[in-house]
Write a new protein. Structure first.
Lengths: 447, 293, 281
């Protein structure tokens, strides 16, 4: 018996010690605004933990730049660790942060979790860094604004720029005798018309949750900009209010009009896109990262000439302009303050200066205004138009709610939204559940 | 027991396994217990909250209870498919004159496929758009009216995520039950047949009582594996739509790794451990009863 | 008599048909997997996914090897699977030997402690293990995956070995003891050789789980050089959740093939091991 008791005691002690060892998780002695530290540049391996497609434009461009830098600085190498699947990535990032094991560079959205890291001084001040490198003015204001925390501070550097558009099939709309919606309130009418003609109105990747959550953000963004979600997430505004109710009822009306494909909640990204590109669905809301599939000859020839787009419609009495909608600059890159040194600075200076031109050559939109996007040879006329649309987008970007709410409230919102749109719960029930959840978790998260 | 055993020998053989088991299983359980009294997001200082996490779980968290009920449903469906299916197939196999070995091998194959691949596969089979196998089959037999997106319907999703789990391991249990069935003495069956017993009576009166001990072992295995179920619901629906296919295990995982609520996640872990201890108690009771019988 | 004969024949035929149907249900998914890997992307996206491929292509396999690092992933999975299996078998035999053959006063308690591990879900170990690994520098190593995979599989291994050792007659040991063999020699010369069938069974059953493990690998491994197959499959997920399905299925085919070959070669031994272990209850 003694042996067992002894073992149990040892285990408990060990557990307590280990927990105590990492509960600090605290800031180092580093100063996040000291962007130009003294010292020699000593070449070594640095790592960037990122969440971007392995063969995408960002990674291929950065790899090329890192190779050039390594040629000048023997001993340097950049280890790119990518986890494209976002939920797996976030899990990995959060556990690494808990263990104080974050690498030199890491991708992160402007979430409450990131704000906590910034508060603890674990991420370099990106505004100070970019200013010091003389690059701050090059960036599109909308691209930087997307990365900012609520207090206006900037701790992440964007590597892309996108606008999210409503792509639609003109032939299907004409065939059903319906028009492009002028206001958000026209959506249910559009859907009913398309349904009557036997067409799936809107292709939606419900499996990944964020696409449906975008729709939730639209109505409040038009009626009160980003202020509504900023207050809502703290429990300072309720869904049980004029703005909130309007948004919830609009979502319910989309569900009632059967706007989304049947079984949307289990439809994946590829299937939703295929529904649109094969001419089965009439509308598809997606960002310019899909230009290569929607505005080039890669697109199915049967629908290629029928595809067009419209931007986020407005509402009566809207406070945001027609040129303001979701214009994300993707997940941002944070610079770890604890491992920041002359080498990291020097590499960033080298990389950020060369990046825009090389990246724009891949046909993508640079987060800066300094370069012009190369239109691919096989592009349709739509490609150039979409790029121009992005270049003229307003400075205020509609914030996606999934980066705003605390994670517990966010996953509840995603679950309840699906139920609301499927007609399983009423708007009243939705409002009650969400206001209670945010009151418990949102209030605590943003103290 | 060996006559020449010694204390040292016992320790030499027992300590290494206990050490590994302690590091991988026991210490984490104890750590979870400690963490369950704290509120911790991983990056700010831990805050002692006493029993608040437990109060939250038992009184304020409706998702937890939904998940608990779902887990029981998941367990029931898995057991029916795995044990019922195994028994039926094993009985059929006995009636087969040739090819038994081939059937056994083929039947075990699904167990080799990774859950990631199984999730991809069933997602396609359940889909309505593009129309998947299940809905095609319904249309083929004239039941178009029953077509639906099985993973989006709150009424069918729990069964839909349980079926793949039940399906992939039926082969394993079938083998075990088959082995027990062929061990039933032929004289017993022949005697009963001469007494005019029907096939059904033959099964309920002779075969089943004979394989009952094996049946109980199999039930224990299947139950414990179903209580651990995680991958397939997590990958197929991530608990949705709403909370209709959320299990306690998936909820715990999400609480820890997407809500960064490590303290509360540990509280749910402790609940799972207790739930399992209760199951162990039931298993031991069953084993005793079997020994007595 | 002939009527009864006829009824028996009908019965037999129905029986065979039923077995055939069930086998199709079991094997169909694998066939589908391999067929999909041979489809063109357009074929997969547009046509009925359950028909035969319109045209057969090997492009998916080319893309699968180009995008990912399948060879390295397979090597890592091999290393983890073998490492964990060695621990599971060796430590499982040792514990079962101590519990069943040597025997000691507290063995009931020890057995109960191990029983807990049979049913505790692996997820509970994730957070604590991550913290522990970080503090001792074990994160991002093969060992970080092997330890929990072996630890959680150990109880079932002990259970199966114990069930088997229980049926080795006491006289076998007594004879050896009279010859002056100590517990170590008996373990090496009698118990271990007798356990071979059980070892094959345990290795095969555990390999299935370990080869496909996603949760520990995803939590504890970071660098590309250590990624196992389930993590490698993630390379096929593109921006915002887009998936190159046909290349993914090609990769899945490549990665399950080694396990399937081993399984097909050794399945007789495994089936025997399961059947003999189980028939005793």
């Amino acid at each position: 018996m003694n042996r067992i008791r002894g073992a149990a005691f040892a285990a408990t002690t060990a557990a307590a010690l280990l927990l105590a060892g990492c509960s600090g998780g605290g800031p180092g002695e580093t100063d996040p605004t000291n962007v130009n530290p003294e010292g020699e540049i000593e070449a070594r391996e640095i790592s960037w933990l990122l969440s971007r497609p392995a063969d995408g434009g960002v990674i291929t461009t950065i790899e090329q730049i890192a190779a050039d830098y390594a040629a000048e600085h023997p001993g340097f190498s950049l280890n790119l660790i990518s986890t494209p699947d976002r939920p797996s990535y976030i899990q990995r990032l959060e556990t690494l942060a808990a263990a104080n094991e974050l690498p030199e560079l890491f991708d992160i959205d402007a979430t409450p979790f990131a704000a906590t890291l910034a508060e603890q001084g674990r991420m370099m001040d990106a505004e100070a860094l970019l200013t010091d490198l003389g690059l701050y003015e090059d960036y599109r204001p909308a691209a930087l604004n997307y990365q900012r925390f609520d207090d206006g501070s900037l701790h992440m550097i964007p590597f892309e720029f996108q606008v999210e558009l409503f792509w639609y099939n003109t032939a299907l709309l004409d065939g059903a005798g319906v028009q492009v919606p002028e206001t958000l309130d026209d959506f249910p009418q559009l859907c009913r018309g398309l349904r009557e003609a036997g067409i799936t109105p809107i292709a939606l990747d419900g499996q990944d949750q964020w696409p449906l959550e975008r729709y939730m953000a639209y109505y409040p963004f038009r009626t009160s900009g980003n202020d509504f979600v900023r207050d809502l997430k703290r429990g300072e505004a309720q869904l049980d209010s004029e703005d909130g109710r309007a948004a919830v009822e609009w979502m319910a009306s989309l569900g009632e009009a059967e706007c989304f494909g049947e079984g949307f909640s289990s439809t994946g990204y590829a299937d939703a896109q295929a529904a649109f590109t094969s001419g089965r669905a009439a509308v598809y809301n997606i960002g310019t990262w899909e230009l290569a599939n929607l505005a080039t000859e890669n697109l199915n020839a049967e629908v290629r000439d029928d595809v067009d787009y419209f931007t986020l419609p407005s509402t009566p009495g809207a406070v945001t302009g027609a040129d303001e909608y979701v214009s994300p600059s993707g997940i941002g890159m944070a610079v770890n303050a604890a491992t920041y040194d002359p080498l990291v600075r020097d590499f960033l200076a080298f990389a950020l200066e060369r990046y825009p031109a090389l990246y724009a050559e891949t046909g993508a939109l640079s987060p800066t205004t300094t370069v012009e996007t190369t239109i691919p040879d096989n592009a349709t006329e739509l490609y150039e138009r979409a790029v121009a649309e992005a270049d003229s987008v307003g400075e205020l970007s509609a914030m996606p709610w999934d980066t705003q709410l605390d994670p517990t409230s966010n996953s509840r919102l995603q679950q309840e939204l699906t139920l609301l749109v499927q007609g399983e719960i009423t708007p009243e029930e939705f409002i009650a559940t969400m206001d209670t959840t945010i009151a418990e978790h949102g209030t605590a998260a943003f103290e | 027991m060996l006559p020449h055993r010694s204390r040292t020998a016992v320790l030499v053989f027992l300590l290494p396994p206990l050490l590994l088991y302690g590091i991988a299983v026991l210490v984490p359980i104890v750590q979870s217990l400690v963490l369950s009294f704290f509120s911790w997001d991983g990056i700010t200082a831990m805050e002692f909250v006493g029993l608040d996490n437990y109060v939250r779980m038992l009184t304020r968290d409706d998702i937890f209870w939904t998940a608990f009920v779902n887990s029981l449903g998941y367990l029931a469906i898995c057991l029916i498919l795995q044990l019922g299916g195994a028994l039926v197939v094993a009985s059929l196999l006995i009636g087969l004159r040739r090819g038994r070995e081939l059937v056994k091998t083929l039947y075990l194959l699904p167990a080799v496929i990774s859950t990631v691949a199984i999730a991809f596969l069933f997602q396609r089979m359940y889909a309505l758009e593009p129309v998947g196998l299940f809905n095609q089959a319904l249309a083929a037999i004239g039941l178009d009216g029953l077509q639906r997106a099985w993973l989006s319907d709150v009424g069918t999703v729990l069964a839909a995520v349980s079926i793949p789990e039940g399906w992939r391991f039926t082969g394993l249990y079938m083998l075990i039950i088959y082995a027990a069935l062929i061990a039933v003495p032929a004289e017993l069956e022949e005697a009963a047949r001469l007494d005019g017993a029907s096939r059904w009576q033959l099964f309920t009166k002779i075969r089943f009582p004979y394989i009952r001990p094996v049946w109980i072992t199999t039930t224990i295995m299947a139950t414990t594996y179903a209580l651990r179920g995680f991958d397939i619901p997590y990958l197929l629906t991530n608990g949705g739509p709403g909370q209709a296919s959320e299990l306690v295990t998936t909820y715990m995982y999400k609480t820890a790794f997407s809500h960064t609520d490590y303290g509360y996640a540990s509280t749910i872990s402790v609940f799972i451990v207790i739930e399992c201890l209760v199951a162990v108690g039931l298993i031991i009771m069953l084993l005793r009863r079997r020994a007595d019988a | 008599m002939s009527a009864r004969r006829q009824r028996l024949d009908v019965h037999r035929a129905l029986n065979t048909v039923a077995v055939a149907l069930i086998v199709i249900v079991q094997v169909y998914p694998l066939a589908w997997l391999f067929l999909t890997a041979l489809r063109t992307e357009q074929d997969f996206a547009s046509s009925n996914p359950f028909s035969l491929p319109g045209e057969v292509t090997l492009d998916n396999f080319a893309r699968a090897f180009e995008t990912g690092n399948l060879g390295l992933n397979i090597l890592n999975s091999l290393a983890v699977t073998m490492g964990a299996n060695v621990l599971i078998v060796l430590l499982g035999m040792m514990a079962a030997y101590a519990l069943e053959v040597l025997g000691f006063r507290l063995r009931g308690a020890v057995r109960a402690i191990f029983l807990v591990g049979i049913i505790v879900p692996v997820q509970i170990a994730l957070v604590p293990l991550f913290i522990d690994y970080a503090s001792v520098g074990l994160l991002d190593t093969h060992a970080s995956m092997i330890v929990p995979l072996a630890g959680f599989a150990l109880p079932m291994s002990i259970y199966l070995f114990s069930a088997f050792y229980h049926y080795i007659p006491g006289e076998t040991y007594e004879a050896a003891s009279l010859d002056g063999a100590g517990p170590y020699r008996i373990f090496g010369q009698i118990t271990f050789p007798l356990s071979l069938n059980t070892i094959v069974t345990i290795v095969l059953v555990n390999s299935i789980f370990i080869w496909n493990d996603f949760i520990f690998a995803n939590t504890f491994v970071l660098s590309d050089g250590l990624k196992t197959i389930p993590l490698g499959l993630q390379n096929y997920i593109g921006a915002m959740g887009n998936v190159d399905w046909t290349a993914t299925f090609a990769a899945v085919c490549v990665t399950i093939t080694p396990l399937m070959l081993v399984f097909l070669v050794l399945n007789k031994a495994m089936i025997q091991g399961l059947e003999s272990g189980a028939a005793k209850g």
